[in-house]
Design a protein around this ligand. Structure first.
Ligand SMILES: O=C(O)CCC(=O)C(=O)O
Length: 251
């Protein structure tokens, strides 16, 4: 699977590109099998390099709405940073030729891993991700906004369970002023999250993936549905673009 001329033109115009069937059903099944154990390990003894942010503790979890990852636990993961260190399947996928070939086409022929993060959004609990540009988090004095993000769907993703939404073409607007708060997803555009007229909703099936630039504005609604929405995001960088923003050169 690589990128057609039409897809590249669409990516350049919109700032994002959806690829259906990027990851096989078998690999998605393997990730799902790993999740309960990952959740248990994060509760008991997370490895030092892995950073877990939990859903707001004040959220009451009704028994029917416990996290799918660990049905008998009340703490729900909101974001798990460096998921490649706890999921062998995600680690394999992020470096597969299928993904790296596309990143090389859309970003730069040299490709490095910046980070990988697991983003569960549990049924009826998962919070909104406010509108933002990733570069608002990633900018330093020495890097450029040339990184590329790729989110893969582990579950079916819909507007109701909080799939990604984008503002097409907003990657051409430059970095906007973001509010900054001490919380997960604490950098966001004024208004945090609300339904935007010009927002384009991108539903995905398990195994679909969406590539998007560091400057395109995106966000996602809370999960108000009875269905979990697990996803994982791989961020790629060009080697040399930022001193601490390359974990591993892949190509
Ligand atoms: O999964 C989400 O809802 C948000 C993910 C996101 O915004 C990101 O990875 O930059």
């Amino acid at each position: 699977m690589s990128v057609t001329i039409q897809e590249k033109e669409s990516f350049e115009a919109n700032g994002y590109l959806l690829k259906k069937g990027l990851v096989s059903r078998q690999e998605i099944k393997q990730i799902r099998q790993e999740l309960p154990d990952i959740h248990r390990r994060m509760l008991a003894d997370p490895p030092p390099e892995v950073h877990v942010a939990w859903e707001d503790d004040s959220v009451e979890c009704a028994p029917a709405r416990k996290g799918r990852g660990a049905p008998d636990e009340s703490k729900i993961i909101r974001q798990l940073m460096h998921s490649e260190l706890v999921s062998p399947t995600l680690n394999r996928i992020l470096r597969s030729d299928t993904l790296v070939d596309i990143v090389a086409e859309l970003m730069h022929p040299q490709v490095a891993l910046y980070h990988s993060k697991l983003l569960p959004k549990e049924a009826g609990i998962g919070a909104a991700t406010p509108w933002h540009q990733d570069y608002a988090y990633w900018q330093t004095d020495e890097n450029k906004p040339i990184m590329l993000n790729c989110q893969i769907a582990i579950d079916p993703m819909t507007l109701e369970n909080g799939c990604l939404e984008f503002i097409p073409g907003s990657h051409r607007w430059g970095l906007q002023d973001h509010e900054q708060h001490q919380e997960t997803f604490g950098r966001f555009l004024p208004g945090r999250y609300y339904k935007r007229e010009e927002g384009v909703t991108i539903p995905m099936e398990p195994g679909d993936g969406i590539f998007f630039t560091a400057l395109v504005i995106h966000g996602s609604a809370p999960n108000t549905s009875p269905h979990p929405r697990w996803a994982n995001t791989f961020a790629y960088n060009v080697p040399g673009n930022g001193e601490h923003q390359v974990r591993e050169v892949l190509r």
